[in-house]
Design a protein around this ligand. Structure first.
Ligand code: SF4
Ligand code: SF4
Ligand code: SF4
Length: 256
């Protein structure tokens, strides 16, 4: 057996998305190159033309929308020992969830203006709504440091669990002045950390691209909004940007 045969084989796949998360990985750094001592990348359209259907770990980027995508991701699941939902389009439905604001016909008309007769309007879903996902790496785009950390942990057989505390924790550790104090609304209190409070550190609102915490402190967020003169309505649309699929799933579960 060659040395390469002993390495864990990793493949990347993209569905409905901008491929920005895969693109992040092309900004290679020493940590990533170090990983290649233990893994072999066998499919990665962003950076190589070779491809293989033999892999151990499948990184699935993008939302699942069409029938054809469902069949493809099921095949990937059959082939892979481990499936990672990579980036928020895959892990949450991400910005593709905005499509759910419209009917099929409305969406086609808005995007294609009457030139849509041959196009299929899919219903965006995160990967775990179609096949079993073993690990989630959130973010839009994903954060390379977290990806490397997750892959190392998975290779060591420990799996990977993303942080389940709010972005505010990382923001406070950076000693940022809270954006609420500057007249901005921020989703940090209920959003999963792991990005190092990327946006607030640059003066930008957190739009919850890493998704809501497993058990977000809704009461705390409500009280914070009230303190600064906002209402839930002021943030609903912001939540919708990345969390629409989860909010729909929760509404469905409540009906049962
Ligand atoms: S999560 Fe964001 S960066 Fe990644 S593929 Fe989706 S839209 Fe692009
Ligand atoms: S700016 Fe946002 S993330 Fe930072 S402390 Fe305030 S609410 Fe939390
Ligand atoms: S601060 Fe919020 S929107 Fe920005 S990267 Fe982190 S989770 Fe995403």
């Amino acid at each position: 057996m060659s040395e390469d045969k002993k390495k864990v084989r990793i493949a990347f796949f993209d569905f409905a998305d901008c491929e920005g998360c895969q693109l992040q990985l092309t900004y290679l750094n020493e940590n990533f190159l170090g990983l290649l001592e233990h893994c072999e990348i066998v499919s990665f359209r962003e950076a190589m033309s070779e491809r293989s259907d033999e892999y151990d770990i499948a990184f699935v980027e993008g939302s699942i929308t069409r029938k054809h995508d469902e069949e493809r991701v099921r095949k990937i699941r059959e082939n892979a020992k481990i499936v990672i939902a990579y980036g928020s389009c895959a892990s949450l439905g991400g910005v593709n969830g905005l499509r759910r604001r419209f009917s099929d016909e409305e969406a086609k008309e808005i995007v294609y203006k009457g030139r849509d007769s041959h196009l299929e309007a899919g219903w965006p879903r995160p990967v775990h709504e179609v096949v079993k996902v073993d690990h989630f790496i959130h973010g839009c785009p994903s954060n390379n440091d977290e990806t490397i950390k997750a892959v190392k942990s998975i290779l060591l057989g420990k799996g990977y669990t993303p942080p389940d505390y709010p972005v505010c924790v990382e923001c406070k550790l950076k000693e940022n002045v809270c954006l609420f104090e500057k007249g901005q609304v921020c989703m940090g209190p209920v959003t999963r950390a792991g990005c190092g409070a990327w946006c607030p550190s640059w003066g930008n609102t957190c739009y919850s691209c890493r998704g809501l915490l497993d058990d977000p402190a809704e009461q705390g967020q409500t009280e914070l909004l009230e303190k600064y003169g906002y209402t839930i309505d002021d943030i609903t649309e912001k939540f919708d940007l990345y969390n629409r699929c989860r909010m729909d799933a929760e509404k469905e579960a409540e009906k049962k």
